[in-house]
Design a protein around this ligand. Structure first.
Ligand code: SF4
Length: 586
């Protein structure tokens, strides 16, 4: 690391005392790079064992990495916290402008401790930190409006990022997210609720520093190589053209698209919500995170007539991608793009995780159909597949929480099914709702053993797709592959680069970027494994136990892309993962 590199600086903010200070920790970054690697070390240090995730003791850690602001795709910030949704590791990555703003403000990481008694937002402009009164913003449920107001009141347009919560975070919905630059999110595991519990409505961060480079010639050569590899690659073209929404039709064809709470793995009229339909009928613009030459963010323009005036239309810009289409579309039996976009907009307005919201509503629909809950619980709603209007009202009620049922839905599907039954079709994996891949056992084992219980941890779904052509792996071989992939991803998320660029950031390129940025890591793969084990150390410290994981029966009942899934195969895989990751022999 160059001696004047601001990456070594950690900004500590105490919301209780309204104090801040900076500590230099160059060795922490030299040893763990940044992002995930640094954040997990800080979380282990700052989060008291067993603390209530919604108490002032739970810290929020934001971290960027050595490539941030220097190389293409190094566009993400890692957030770590104790998750109010699962009770263990909370980790979420977000693009937009926040990563660059944070590093240009002069920091590699920010640690936010304590809680304010009154609503505030933090404004970090370079070395100045302000605790602004947010009383007028508190109660404002619409995360877009919050962003708009802060934009008017803060300096440094173009160099700043505004991360904020909506109604879900204020109401402590355990899967509330934090929205950044309107269309990007710290989506999963409830960072929004942690903001809400601290009465922290938003963080604005800006900076205008520049970054030192020792060998400019080598830096430019490597930059060009990465840039050209990316813009000339077919995979990146796909992300730009249709985005991840392109996956709807192929996954549906394979029988891997979870539909109606995974009663089915194909949606009969999937075309209506396909990437092709959305792009040809609704695409309004594409956006990119800072320092990204691809721009995979697809924004639909939804035009709706005003009720009381003829020929007057309201146009709403709504970002969409595969996961939102799956969770609020096929999972709820919604196959009409107009309805789907209205549902996405509702969830985005309140700033809640779309996957958790959709999967929870899918369970509620089945529970109502089976008579486990009635209209008494649902406040008169009749949840039914494809009925977007009822789902929109249900989302409003998850925020209002008028009774115990909606309070339960606000804590996700695992909690709600424990209270009302229907656990066999509650699609929860380690407490987190299912991502949209019913490709085969590897996807589900990946969700179960992944440190975040996310498809992004280890991409088991791509192993399933290879299994379609190659032989099925033994449980041990499969787990080894998943752990190897997840370990390598710890390096990418410590650098911090967008996972969509993982094909470009191969080990040789990573090693070269580290050399150019002044990092000396002997064995990045070994470091990746160490970081993953540190994440598991936090999870087990907070009570997570692979042995206690429940496998939703539904995934064994509905045929996947590669046929029926064997529960015994999953159990053996989990046992092996426990031996390998935690060293517990079966
Ligand atoms: S590929 Fe998409 S998510 Fe990744 S950095 Fe670019 S715009 Fe952001």
């Amino acid at each position: 690391m160059h001696p004047s590199d601001p990456l070594k600086n950690i900004l500590y903010v105490d919301l209780t005392e309204k104090e801040f200070w900076v500590e230099e920790k160059p060795e922490l970054f030299q040893n763990y790079l940044g992002g995930t690697g640094v954040a997990i070390k800080l979380l282990l240090e700052e989060c008291p064992q067993g603390c209530d995730p919604l108490s002032k003791d739970n810290p929020i850690i934001l971290a960027v990495g050595p490539l941030t602001g220097l190389y293409p795709f190094a566009s993400k910030t890692v957030a770590m916290f104790k998750s109010p949704h699962t009770g263990n590791l909370g980790e979420s990555h977000c693009g937009g402008r926040n990563a660059i703003a944070l590093r240009m403000a002069g920091y590699g990481a920010v640690v936010i401790k304590g809680a304010s008694e009154t609503p505030i937002y933090l404004a970090i402009h370079g070395d100045k930190v302000y605790f602004r009164d947010a009383s007028a913003l508190w109660g404002m449920q619409n995360s877009f409006t919050v962003g708009r107001i802060i934009r008017e009141n803060e300096p440094n347009a173009g160099f700043r990022s505004i991360m904020r919560i909506g109604g879900a975070g204020e109401k402590l919905v355990s899967y509330a997210c934090v929205t950044s630059e309107t269309y990007r999110h710290f989506g999963r595991l409830g960072l929004g609720a942690v903001f809400g519990s601290k009465k922290l409505k938003a963080i604005v961060i800006s900076g205008r520093r520049s970054l030192p480079i020792k060998d400019k010639r080598e830096y430019c050569r490597l930059y060009d190589e990465i840039y050209h590899k990316a813009i000339e690659s077919e995979v990146m073209k796909k992300y730009h053209d249709l985005g991840t929404a392109e996956n709807i039709m192929p996954l549906n064809k394979l029988g891997a698209l979870p539909t109606r709470n995974l009663l089915y793995s194909q949606l009969e009229d999937a075309e209506g919500i396909s990437g092709e339909t959305l792009a040809s009928q609704y695409l309004g613009r594409r956006l990119a995170c800072s320092h990204c030459p691809i721009g995979c963010i697809h924004i639909a323009a939804l035009r709706e007539p005003y009720e009381d005036e003829a020929y007057f239309y309201k146009t709403t810009m709504i970002s969409y991608d595969y996961e939102l289409i799956y969770s609020l579309g096929s999972m709820l039996g919604v196959s009409n793009a107009h309805d789907l976009l209205r549902l996405i907009d509702k969830v985005e307005t309140y700033a809640m995780d779309a996957m958790s919201a959709g999967v929870t509503l899918a369970w509620a629909t089945e529970a109502q159909r089976q008579g486990l809950i009635s209209e008494r619980e649902t406040n008169g709603l009749k949840l039914e597949w494809g009925e977007a209007e009822e789902y929109i009202k249900a989302i409003d009620l998850i925020i209002k929480q008028p009774n115990e049922f909606y309070q339960a839905l606000a804590r996700g599907v695992e909690y709600a099914s424990t209270k009302y039954g229907g656990g066999e079709y509650a699609l929860s994996f380690g407490g987190n709702e299912m991502p949209g891949y019913h490709t085969g056992p590897a996807a589900h084992i990946g969700f179960l053993i992944g440190a975040r219980h996310s498809h992004l941890d280890n991409a088991g779904y791509s192993i399933d797709q290879k299994t379609l052509i190659e032989k099925q792996l033994s449980p041990e071989e499969l787990v080894e592959k998943l752990i190897e992939e997840e370990s390598w991803r710890q390096i990418l998320s410590s650098l911090v680069v967008c996972f969509f660029a993982r094909g470009v950031y191969q080990p040789r390129v990573v090693e070269e970027t580290l050399r150019v940025t002044g990092f000396n890591i002997d064995d990045p793969k070994k470091l990746g494994r160490e970081i993953l084990e540190e994440k598991y150390r936090f999870k087990t410290r907070e009570g997570f136990n692979l042995r206690n994981l429940s496998i939703p029966k539904r995934i064994l009942e509905t045929s996947s892309a590669i046929g029926e899934i064997d529960g015994e195969y999953i159990r053996r895989s989990i046992e092996y993962a426990e031996e390998t990751l935690i060293g517990v022999k079966g």
